[in-house]
Every structure is written in C-alpha cells, then in structure tokens.
Design a protein around this ligand. Structure first.
Ligand code: BTX
Length: 327
C-alpha cells in the first residue's frame, strides 16, 4: 500500500475519525494492511488516535521536512515535483547543482534538516541549525536572457515574502534585493546562483533560508540583534513542511505569471513590499559605494539611486550597508 495515499486520506479527514473499512475500501487493501501501515506511521512520529469502532484520526504529524511530509501538503503542479531530502548536508545548493548537471528537472528541490556549510551571498555564511528552519534550494530553467537575472532575484523575494506573510501577524518587508525582514530583522535570505551562456540562462538555483522555530536566545552573537524567526512573532511553533508547500505554491504562481506576462506584476509587487525605495541608502557594489536615495526598480530589475548631486546611478547588484541596529 502506498503510505502517502493513506496519509493523504487521514489528512483530508482530520476533523473526524476514518474507519478501517472506509480506508480499506478507498485504498483497495485489506484492513490488516491498513493497521500495519498505521503502526508504521506511528513509529515515524505520526500521532494517530484510534477509537474502537470509529476508526483512525491523525492528530499530529512530525515536524520533519522529509519528502513524505512535504508531499502531504503540496498543491503545486511543477515546483516540488522531485524532492531530495537529507538530514545533514554541506549546502542544499550543492545537491541541486549536482542534479542540474545530471539533467535534473525544473521544479526539483533539495531540502535538509541541517546545513553545515550553509552559504549566504558574497561568500558569507548562513546559519542553518538542525530542526529550526527551512533550508531549501529550487532548480529553475527559465528561458530568458542572462541580463534578466535580477528579475528572478526580485521574483524570489516577492514569492517568499508573500508566503511567509500567511504565518505572521504583521507583514514582512523586503530589503533590496531580497532580504525578507520583520521589524528590520532578517527572517529569511535568498541566494540566487545562475549558470548561463551568452544568450540564455541555463539554470538558476534559488536557495532559500527561512528561520522558522528558533526561540528567543537561539540566535547568538551578531545574529542576536539581526535575525528573527516566524515563531518569535507568531508566538507558536510552526510546521515546516506546511510552510514549504506554501512557499512553493506562491513561487509557482509568481513564476507562471512572470513566464507568461513578463516582469510587470512582479516589479509592482516588489515595489509595494519593499522598505528600501524612498530611503537614503549606501550600496556597496563590486567597484564602489553608491550613496543616495533609492528611487525605483528598472524594467530589467536593477535599482536606481539618486545621488546627492542629483545624478542617477543604476545598480545591478550589491549590498545595502546596515544602519544602526534595530530597537
Ligand atoms: P546574505 O549574504 O544576504 O546573508 C548572510 C548574512 O546574514 C550573514 O553574514 C549573517 O550576518 C546573517 N545571517 C547568517 N545566518 C542567518 C540566519 N539564519 N538568519 C538571519 N541572518 C543570518 C542570504 O545571504 C542568503 C541565504 C541563503 C541560505 C540558503 S539555505 C538553502 C541554500 N543553501 C545554502 O547554502 N544557502 C541557501
């Protein structure tokens, strides 16, 4: 019997017990087989209530980010079509890169419970402690010219921020290009790595790191002042597989919009959700530091900054230097 189908059935009836007979009819297996699978699920951390005569009810599922748990919640068509789960990895970016080289399909994701060499942008590291967050990379193969890469970076921020808002009492804000913050603390970061030839992007690997269940005191050192988790604002622990499914859903819908209609709607949504535009910033690029007011996003996804002498400079990638630490 397919364990996943049993889980899906139990999920669909979480409000009432489902009888062994109903399950065996639905899945076309014997009641003994049902009972064996229920025992197997319990061993894997699923809490399943069994009331005599009334049947089985799924009370709680484990907070694992394994393939099965994610699939239970998935409602997407393409994203998440292939899921690679590992308990511990160096970086999920590496797992997806290997798959991409072997011809992995668009929509493939790698998820880990822990990363021991989690990477941020510009060679920085990303703290990816076990159990506490979502450490996930997504493989895309968009057929766009490489100069549009910044658009995908902004798209990722919009899709992720929108999904996370569903779990928070107040909305997140995007700091250019794609930090997701709440009260100016970093809730999630995105690392976009691209392989392209002269005319076309070959693969984009979007790495997303989301702080989910860290409690006060779990962020130490520089992160104590800079980082935040969903739990700290939502007040309770959150289900990581459910959030992963929400992220993929939101991402798929923005990605489809982008591939069909272009960057317009993404640009508008990003501009609406950022707290960067309109503020005075210092951006460090690979060549210089640009200082001025963040004006707008161009149609290619770059940032325009109006310098104090009135001239306008377009910045394609860089890092906004931090102001004083948040209250
Ligand atoms: P970033 O360069 O914008 O952010 C890195 C900086 O953020 C660090 O220098 C540190 O100050 C801070 N930081 C480190 N860890 C955390 C954390 N857990 N929460 C908040 N702030 C932190 C952002 O880079 C891109 C991060 C992508 C992470 C994903 S996880 C899945 C995939 N695999 C992988 O190795 N990276 C990506």
């Amino acid at each position: 019997m397919n364990k996943n189908r049993l889980l899906q059935l139990l999920m669909a009836h979480r409000d009432r017990p489902v009888s062994g007979q109903e399950i065996s009819d639905e899945l076309q297996v014997s009641r003994t087989a049902v009972w064996k699978q229920i025992e197997e699920l319990r061993k894997n951390g699923y809490e399943i209530e069994a009331a005599s005569r009334r049947g089985y009810r799924l009370v709680r599922f484990p907070d694992r980010v394994g393939t099965e748990e994610i699939m239970l919640h998935l409602t997407t068509e393409r994203l998440g079509c292939s899921i690679i789960y590992n308990d511990t990895v160096t970086s999920t970016q590496e797992i997806v890169r290997e798959q991409a080289e072997k011809g992995g399909v668009e929509g493939l994701i790698a998820v880990a419970n822990e990363q021991v060499e989690g990477r941020g942008r510009l060679g920085r590291s990303w703290q990816s402690s076990p159990e506490q967050g979502i450490w996930m990379s997504l493989l895309l193969r968009p057929q766009v010219p490489p100069r549009y890469a910044p658009q995908l970076t902004l798209l990722s921020a919009v899709a992720l921020a929108e999904a996370l808002d569903g779990y928070l009492p107040e909305p997140t804000a995007i700091k250019w290009p794609n930090d997701i913050r709440i009260h100016k603390r970093k809730l999630a970061g995105i690392l976009t790595e691209m392989q392209a030839d002269m005319d076309e992007v070959q693969t984009v690997i979007v790495g997303m790191g989301i702080n989910v269940n860290q409690a006060d005191g779990d962020f130490t050192g520089e992160l104590a002042e800079k980082a935040a988790s969903i739990r700290q604002y939502a007040g309770v622990r959150q289900s990581r597989p459910q959030i992963i499914a929400s992220i993929l859903k939101s991402y798929e819908s923005w990605y489809n919009e982008y591939l069909t209609n272009g960057f317009g709607a993404v640009k508008a949504a990003w501009s609406n959700k950022t707290d960067t535009l309109g503020s005075f910033i210092q951006v460090e690029t690979s060549r210089q530091t640009v200082e001025g007011t963040a004006l707008c996003i161009t149609d290619e996804g770059a940032l325009q900054v109006q310098k104090t002498d009135g001239s306008i400079q377009t910045v394609h990638s860089g890092e906004i230097l931090d102001g004083p630490p948040p209250e």
